[in-house]
Design a protein around this ligand. Structure first.
Ligand SMILES: [Zn+2]
Length: 267
């Protein structure tokens, strides 16, 4: 691809990747998938995302210092999610915008994300939200859509900060109070309810009533995003309560932003 004008004013430069296609069925993006690069060097990551042989790409790469590189125009399909499932759909590349965040990841010590870098991610996402209609719950981790293969951007990713800045859906996790867990091997209606709840949030999970390996993997992904204090795949009370709160929040329209000039509600 030749050079193209960036979609966003916060983009520092364009580095076109050859790894793109048309969005299937002319799909408009209704989802953002966040990743970490998982490579020791961010320059190596950029090189890979633009390497025809690697066959991978994303729309954006946010470097450690917060500078943003665009590789694929938002109108086109980038190759970042791979085999994935969300809301019953499997071609999630055709419906999403992919953002890679430079971080070496779990294989290389998994350092904290820097403040400038996260501020850049937030600004970028807020811009995307002005250009596309994206529901809050459809701003997801790669691990949410590919829980058996991926753990990025991982449990250190500050989802609460994004949410507080108007990006994504998040609720305060229910405190960890006990060890009363549903665990692998359990079966019955409580397991069925757990699976139904996870599926109704968007996760790709079969409702079987059996706490099988696939269920453990999805619970792990849920915890990594929404209850990161303990990521173990055991559906303890805190995990199940957090999920219930999240589904309640999803059903409610987002609260209007308080501003100085907002009229005071009448008593
Ligand atoms: Zn990823």
């Amino acid at each position: 691809m030749k050079d193209f004008p960036p979609d966003s004013s916060v983009v520092e430069r364009v580095e076109p990747s050859p790894n793109f296609e048309e969005r299937a069925g002319g799909r408009k993006p209704d989802m953002i998938v966040l990743h970490y690069t998982g490579m020791e060097s961010e320059t190596a990551a950029l090189k890979r995302l633009c390497d025809r042989e690697a066959k991978v790409s994303s729309h954006y790469l946010v470097m450690e210092n917060g500078s943003i590189i665009q590789m694929v125009p938002e109108s086109l399909r980038a190759s970042h999610a791979g085999v994935s499932s969300w809301e019953g759909e499997t071609d999630n590349n055709s419906r999403s915008i992919g953002i890679e965040i430079a971080n070496p990841g779990h294989d290389f010590g998994y350092p904290e994300f820097g403040k400038r870098q996260i501020a850049a991610v937030i600004m970028l996402c807020k811009g995307i939200l002005t250009r596309h209609t994206i529901r809050r719950e459809n701003i997801v981790a790669h691990s949410d859509v590919a829980p058996a293969r991926k753990q990025d951007p991982g449990e250190k990713f500050p989802w609460k900060l994004l949410h507080d800045s108007g990006v994504g859906l998040w609720v305060e996790p229910a405190p960890i109070t006990d060890w009363l867990s549903l665990i692998p091997g359990d079966s019955g209606d409580t397991v069925r309810d757990l699976q139904k709840s996870l599926a109704s949030y968007g996760y790709g999970i079969d409702v079987t009533g059996e706490y099988d390996e696939a269920t453990k993997i999805v619970v792990t992904a849920f915890q990594r995003h929404f209850r990161p204090a303990q990521v173990d795949g055991m559906a303890d009370t805190s995990t199940r309560d957090t999920l219930a709160r999240l589904l309640e929040a999803k059903a409610k329209p987002p609260a209007p932003k308080e501003t100085k000039n907002s009229p005071k509600p009448k008593a």
